[in-house]
Design a protein around this ligand. Structure first.
Ligand SMILES: NC(=O)CCC(=O)C(=O)O
Length: 264
């Protein structure tokens, strides 16, 4: 499976500009015929203008239509980063996933909201863990801050996902955390991690970090970006994951009962 992460440079609070960037980068990425496109977190707006309800897409309708059309036009699967999605009085940080026919196959609302930036006050957290299948490959989704919660990713891994998609809006000043966490989640869960961060300026003049990466289940970096807007591509070969699982089957060695036992 060939994947492409669109590390977009976000124009803060300007959905039309970001939509144009998406169209331009998709056309460019499709020249090398990837099977899946991954977008960053809150790519329509950046992370994030306030009040968010004034900027949110009502029921994600515009975004769903645009992404579905792109998926169908290019016959490509799209893991659509996230958008601010107004459902009634609530705003969710939502990822929509489309197959090659433009059909919406899964929806994930970010489950761990980033308290330090007030995300918890402005958004509503989702309460479902989501897996989905793309071209017959089982995949999982987590968004940015979610990666700090190994319990979540382990739950996905226990469902036997092969690929974790991770859209993000992660700042440059915590780059070391980003790089360490995405690699650790790949190694400990023996999954491919496709991590797509954005660049550009977020709220409070915060510089977004870029450094998107595609990592194999052994922790090898198959492709990595710097801080510039770029398209990152990589081939995920299932044979690698099978070999790793055969040579070191950490899932067979888990002590589930022990983890639930009281400490002494
Ligand atoms: N958009 C986010 O969830 C930000 C997460 C973040 O910056 C972190 O350090 O964690």
């Amino acid at each position: 499976m060939r994947v492409a992460a669109l590390q977009m440079k976000i124009a803060f609070g300007e959905p039309e500009k970001n939509m144009s960037t998406l169209y331009r980068m998709t056309a460019e990425a499709m020249e090398s015929r990837p099977d899946v496109l991954l977008l960053p977190e809150l790519w329509r707006l950046g992370f994030y203008p306030r009040p968010i309800a004034d900027y949110a897409d009502a029921d994600g309708a515009q975004t769903r239509e645009a992404l579905s059309r792109l998926a169908e036009q290019y016959q490509v699967n799209i893991v659509g980063g996230t958008i601010a999605n107004a459902i009634g009085a609530q705003v969710f940080n939502t990822c929509y996933i489309f197959d090659r026919t433009g059909h919406l196959t899964a929806t994930y609302h970010k489950t761990h909201l980033f308290t330090p930036s007030g995300e918890k006050d402005d958004f509503t957290a989702g309460d479902s863990i989501v897996t989905f299948s793309l071209d017959g490959v089982k995949c999982g989704i987590a968004v940015c801050y979610d990666v700090r919660f190994p319990e979540l990713i382990r739950r996905l891994a226990l469902e036997d996902i092969a690929i974790l998609f991770l859209p993000a809006a992660w700042p440059l000043d915590r780059l070391i955390h980003w790089q360490t966490l995405i690699r650790a989640r790949a190694i400990e869960n023996q999954v491919f991690v496709v991590a797509c961060n954005e660049t550009g300026i977020a709220a409070d003049d915060l510089q977004m970090g870029g450094h998107s990466a595609i990592i194999d289940p052994w922790g090898e970096i198959l492709a990595r970006a710097d801080e510039e807007e770029t398209i990152l591509q990589g081939n995920l070969r299932p044979v690698i994951r099978n070999q790793i699982k055969e040579s070191m089957d950490v899932f067979a060695d888990r002590r589930e009962a022990l983890y639930r036992k009281k400490t002494r």
